[in-house]
Design a protein around this ligand. Structure first.
Ligand code: SAM
Length: 411
């Protein structure tokens, strides 16, 4: 049992009264796999739990007593929605296995046969990767000894291409095993569009490559959300569930009250999708993103989508705000969209952001805890900004993760 921040975390011993929302988990790996943690609840039960959790966190951590209603936007079919999976190679009984981290462990891996929240065809893809790797007789990477070859498989799926882009990450070595793996995979998988080889000798347990070598086929994915057409490279960020993305962009447009005359700042813009979706209803969109690869693709995506009123700035939001360069050209930002990583806003963001007195802030968050902390800071610094709307997007059914849209409007 663990007590943390006034909450008790305990282990279930027996079930005395079974909730009517309890169901048999669909996935055979449930419990062992560290991925999904809510599969034992039906979808309605999961959404009620998420709404309750968000409500509690915002009241407790942000001190918000008067919360707007929290509508939940969700998929009808809460399976097969993820477009990206990162799997780890490991060893079991002398075999190379491929799977996800075991619940509560960074070192142990559960072999995955199929992942029912993964894209269609994922089970077959994983089976063929294992079958292609086995005869090559190279060991998986051992994170304790820092020896071995196979490290990660990063799978990306595009609905528009109806297929996969696969990056196999290994330690540095010969190219020949990757060419042989390509022979096997392309002969077995008609929906494999491209294979890339990522090289990583880093001690960090992260599926990131210091060098990427195309092995065969496509080197990037193309897809579309609403009117936004886009491409992305193997290391770019994109929402892992794009099925609700169009609904999020429409909600942001509505929340921002866009009439075509406002200047919109899209901060933490990734490959530019939010800004590009808002551009037709804005006078101009100014996007800021720190990763050069994302910015490169964002500029390309503006051309693909026929957007001409968007500017893409490479840099850290906090640096650009601190230096006073971000809002220099504007009369004052009408609308600021924030979509930071899980950690939320850098501590040096709120002061210069609020000094510019935006009319509206539309904050998209994947972490209720950092959202609550940031809302508290924003409200303390600028009490004229009121939390006028909240919406929960159930982007990640079967897991406790959620995406939240919070709208702050100046009174
Ligand atoms: C949650 S993603 C949002 C991406 C994008 N808005 C979208 O909808 O696809 C967060 C993005 O912020 C970028 N990022 C992280 N820290 C940053 C910083 N300090 N300044 C600017 N961008 C940052 C990441 O590279 C990532 O692309």
């Amino acid at each position: 049992m663990r007590v943390r921040r006034g909450e008790v975390e305990a282990v279930l011993e027996t079930l005395q009264t079974v909730s009517p929302a309890r169901v048999e988990p669909r996935c055979s790996h449930f419990g062992a796999c560290g991925g999904c943690d809510l599969q034992h609840l039906n979808h309605r039960g999961q959404m009620d739990w998420k709404r309750g959790f968000l409500d509690r966190i915002l009241r407790r951590e942000a001190g918000l007593a008067d919360l707007p209603e929290i509508p939940v936007v969700h998929l009808e079919e809460p399976w097969r929605y993820r477009n990206k999976l990162e799997l780890t190679f490991s060893q079991e009984g002398g075999r190379v296995i491929l799977g996800f981290h075991r619940r509560g462990s960074f070192q142990r891996v559960v072999e995955i046969e199929d992942c029912p929240i993964g894209p269609p065809g994922i089970g077959r893809l994983l089976r063929e990767i294992r079958a292609g790797v086995a005869p090559l007789e190279l060991p998986p990477y051992d994170p304790k000894r820092h020896t071995g070859f196979w490290r990660f498989a990063v799978v990306r799926y595009s609905r528009q291409m109806d297929g996969f882009l696969l990056m196999i990450i290994t330690t540095a070595g010969e190219r020949a095993p990757l060419d042989r793996l390509a022979e096997h995979l392309f002969s077995k998988l008609p929906d494999l569009r491209g294979l890339l080889w990522g090289i990583s000798d880093s001690l960090a347990d992260a599926a990131q490559a210091s060098e990427i070598i195309p092995i065969r086929g496509a080197e990037r994915l193309t897809d579309q959300v609403g009117a936004v057409r886009f491409e992305l490279g193997p290391t770019c960020f994109v929402q892992p569930n794009l099925m609700l993305a169009d609904r999020v962009y429409r909600a942001i447009t509505e929340a921002a009250g866009l009439s075509g005359r406002q200047e919109v700042y899209d901060l933490y813009s990734g490959i530019g999708l939010i800004g590009l979706a808002l551009a037709p209803d804005s006078a101009r969109v100014i996007s800021v993103e720190s990763e050069p690869e994302n910015v490169l693709f964002a500029r390309r995506n503006a051309v693909l989508s026929g957007v001409k009123n968007a500017l893409f700035i490479e840099g850290k939001v906090e640096d650009l705000l601190k230096g006073g360069t971000l809002f220099r050209e504007s009369a004052g930002p009408a609308v600021v969209v924030l979509d930071p990583p899980r950690a939320g806003l850098h501590g040096e963001v709120p002061a210069p952001l609020l000094a510019a007195r935006p009319d509206r802030i539309v904050y998209l968050s994947c972490n209720p805890m950092s959202l609550a902390r940031d809302l508290k800071v924003i409200r303390l610094r600028d009490p004229d900004l009121n939390l006028s709307a909240l919406r929960l997007f159930d982007f990640f059914p079967q897991t406790s993760h959620m995406e939240v849209l919070a709208v702050l409007t100046r009174s």
